[in-house]
Design a protein around this ligand. Structure first.
Ligand SMILES: O=C(O)CCC(=O)C(=O)O
Length: 302
């Protein structure tokens, strides 16, 4: 009981520190223009916003798209059968993924897309503090009918705010396992005596928020969803066919639960990074040794 009270107190202290840092940083937030500003405001108000790579028109998109094209044979080769062989590495029994070493070593453009200034500026406005990239994963959903892992409704807990960008690499319709979320304003204030489990099945979520308020993100390949996954309940709907998606996750530089960030797959890939980075990019990678690749190389950065 005492341990639980101490844990709760530490959480409250973490929240207060985060809020106070956010307040002090307000004046220093990067100024966004046009679409980028509208996108970040939408995420701050509703929790998520859907767009597309062509609408974003980031200057680094061409390099990124070329790298994805080169990666395509490996994406197709990722196992995804409903009966996944025992020796295939999966996350939570429903996802296979591209080895993080391969992404960082052979496709650094994919990492650099998530570290370009426009992306970092948008995410800094969403999180309210300078951000660190904690995860980069390219994953294929196994259409095995199970509602486990991220297919259950949840909020992420690595930090008070967790900014995510999901990019679909396949067309995603209702049967393709779309990302689904509940807008902040549609989630009711719960009776303080009612505590929800960490992960909720559909029938439980239906008792809290009616189905018509669940927001599906359907779209063609190259759709992009920006979301604060700590603020909104979300999940990937159980897919009837395979879905491939690329996900970037960002927290503040001192996240509430650092050990959860250390466990992310990206950490296994970072030792293979040889591509030069700008100071800002190096500082935006969670736990990258700060003395590596920190020369200011703005001319080579996206
Ligand atoms: O795969 C999805 O659509 C959901 C991903 C998710 O829930 C997460 O990354 O926390």
């Amino acid at each position: 009981m005492r341990k639980f009270a101490e844990y709760k107190q530490a959480e409250i202290n973490g929240l207060l520190q985060f809020k106070s840092k956010q307040f002090r940083h307000r004046q220093n937030l990067p100024i966004l223009e046009g679409n980028d500003q509208a996108l970040s405001q939408r995420v701050c108000h509703t929790g998520a916003a859907q767009t597309s790579l062509s609408e974003l028109a980031f200057p680094y998109n061409p390099e990124f798209l070329k790298a994805l094209k080169r990666l395509s044979p490996q994406l197709q080769a990722l196992p995804s059968s409903a009966i996944c062989p025992e020796d295939v590495k999966t996350v939570q029994g429903h996802i296979t993924f591209v080895d993080p070493e391969i992404i960082i070593k052979d496709f650094p453009e994919i990492l650099l897309w998530g570290l370009q200034d426009r992306v970092l500026d948008i995410l800094e406005n969403i999180v309210g503090l300078p951000v660190n990239l904690i995860e980069l994963i390219i994953r294929k959903e196994i259409p095995n009918g199970r509602q486990t892992g991220t297919r259950l409704w949840h909020r992420d807990g690595e930090d008070i705010s967790v900014g995510k960008i999901l990019i679909y690499l396949t067309d995603v319709d209702i049967d393709g396992g779309p990302f689904e979320y509940i807008p902040r304003s549609d989630f009711p204030r719960l009776n303080p005596r009612r505590s929800l489990p960490k992960r909720l099945t559909d029938p439980v979520m239906e008792t809290v928020v009616p189905r018509e308020k669940w927001n599906l993100c359907i779209g063609p390949a190259q759709s992009a969803i920006f979301v604060d996954t700590a603020k909104v309940y979300h999940r990937g709907r159980i897919p009837k066919r395979e879905r491939i998606a690329l996900i970037y996750s960002y927290t503040s530089a001192n996240p509430l639960r650092p050990h959860e960030c250390q466990e992310k797959l990206l950490q296994q890939g970072l030792p293979y990074l040889t591509h030069p980075l700008t100071k800002r990019q190096a500082n935006s990678l969670y736990r990258l040794p700060k003395d590596a690749s920190t020369d200011d190389l703005d001319q080579t950065s996206p």
